[in-house]
Design a protein. Sequence first.
Lengths: 394, 377
Amino acid sequence: MQVFKAMTRVMRKRLLSAMIYIIVFLVISVFIANVSNKDNKFELTKLRICVFDEDDTPESRALTEFIGKSNDLVELENDRDTMIDALYYMQVNYVLTINKGYAEKIAAGDTADLFGSYHIDESYSVVYMGQFLDEYTTSVKAYLAMGRTMDEAVAATEESLSQETQVDMLRVDKAGNSHFSVDFSMYFQYMPYVLVSAVMIVICQVLVTMSRKDIRFRTNCSCLRDSEYTFQLFFGSGLFVLGVWLLLMIVGAVINEEMYSGRAWLAVFNSLIFSVVVAAIAVFVSSFEPKDNVLNLITQILGLGMSFLCGVFIPTSMLSGSVLSAARFMPAYWYIKANNMIADIQPYSFEGVMKCYGVQLLFVAALVLLTLLVRRVKYSGAAIGTSVKKAAVS
Amino acid sequence: MFLHILKYELKNGLRNKDLIIWLILFPIVLGTFFKIAFGSVYEKTEKFSTIPVAVVETAENQAFRQVLESIESADEPFLSASFVNKEKAEKMLDDGDVEGIIFSGDKLSLTVKEKGIQETMLSAFVKQYSVREKIATDALTAAPEKAQEVIAALTGETVSSCREIPLTQGNPDIYIQYFYNLIAMVALFGCMTGMHITITNQADLSALGARNNCSPAHKSLSVLAGFAGSCVLQTICMVICVTFLAFVLRVDFGDRLPLVYPAAILGGILGVAFGFFVGSLARVGEKAKTAILMTTTMLLCFFSGLMIGNMKAFVAEKVPWLNEINPAALTSDCFYCLNLYEDYDRFISKLITMAVITVIFIFLGFITSRRKKYASI
């Protein structure tokens, strides 16, 4: 097993950079798992709202308090730049000014120009709060028209606006029956980037080193059989990929706080197939024997490219149709598609998931064939003869 | 002699594959990915557009139909309804064609797929309908004689109670800041070219360094020429990067694009100065220096928001002084100020800070790289 031993020695040197990717991924995953909310019940979105009360009357204070009941009130300095910063970085969703004279105007039934809203764009929050304020003032006006006093009108408005509405989720037991919650699917969703980066960085480097001219010639003139050499190379690479995958699966089970069950196994199997795809990509890339800096660039392009185009970093629903049609030619697209189906983000069907597995395996087959082709052309007698001639001439 | 060294420094730099890969190709590739991924996220998630909704009528509800029709007749309607049966509606919701299904009958109910602001708005709309119903019932039971007035107050044409005050004319898309940070990253990558000045002038680090040290050219002159060469190369990279983002990817930098270039170039020179300083600081090998510089650069970019969008706001809240001295944050802040602020005060103050930090790095770089003796190498 000399080849295998030599491989592990090279691997050890590169392990640190691979571990950085894996550790950062795991730390972020643990963090996300801790803050995520596992149940799938509908909740209203709470906005972060800053209120400048220029009127400062019991009526305006009542409104501020009422807004604070279903939203988070945030304090800001009343300064243009501070507001722009807070709105831009979404520290605040809405900045409201209750204009001076609010109480008097509303008591007189005049609802025009009661508030001012500072904004940087016509966002959903701006439209939503605009509608809310209109609804609030219209209701107060209606109760005042009934002959109620201001206090009563405000109290009655708050009561009617606090009614519960029936809102159902399309699939209530998303997490319950499938044993694979949307939150946990995030762990599997980000995995392709880590697998590509960590596996490529190590495997490519090792394979490129092993096929360096002097090492290859030395191995070729040893008594080791070609098939034995290839077997040891594959064994070493496979072992590493399997190790990385197994580590991710074990930590995944720990983060999920239960052993995989039900549909989660499909996701586990999906990630195993994707690991094989990544290994095939690594073997293919390394057959071109790229230099260190070029290899780093290829790794980054493949990792980031697949992640951005196929829905690893950004949900597929956010990507445009043309991007997704281009992404179909990349294995990560099918991995993510299967993962989304398993998590019920897209409609689930067993056949659909199997189809995604199948396409990924086809990628493996295509990559293996291409690798064989490249190696045959590169290492054939004719090619070596040409390179020897070239060397002799120079 | 200065021009001679400068010429070779430039020739050397332009033939350096690392420089072409990491300062020109990588930003182009990453910028393209950013554009593909973040190009339409803001439009889809933050910027208001009509919310599509499916309506399933479980029983005849003429009044609700009328409400929907009057809403849809507006210029920019809040929602657009399609009346379908339950199966079709669920399919539409699943496929993402609509944001929710309103079941209209004696009572209204809503079914959604996700939790977000659009769904909250739909729920508020459904609630609004029952609020109006309650007020009308209250009026009929408590003061039937005033019912007409109440209904007039509820249904009358009302002007909006809220006046909208736009704060800026700039591009409010938060995802643009990934591009700002990409430029900041390229600027800081200038440290790699900056580091090479010391590598080629330190006799124990490279053969070229040894050769340079025994040449009759004054050391300060050769270092200065090296620094000027690096600055020129970095300027070329910054110009390519900004031009690619602004004209090929069509990233909207606001209406002051000509000022983005000098800010980016100053950021690049700051990067070179940073590399020059770190490079001359310690007598460690090239690999160790590269590792130190790359780690620091990525860390600075992380705190400036290259990996997480609103990191800078988080830092501003917890450790505000970090944003004032972090070169990556300073560079990306320049673009942010140009885009969103009407005046130039903060932009100029950022530029001055960057210039001061650059001068400090250059000064310290010269101090630490002078008078190095090599007894044996």
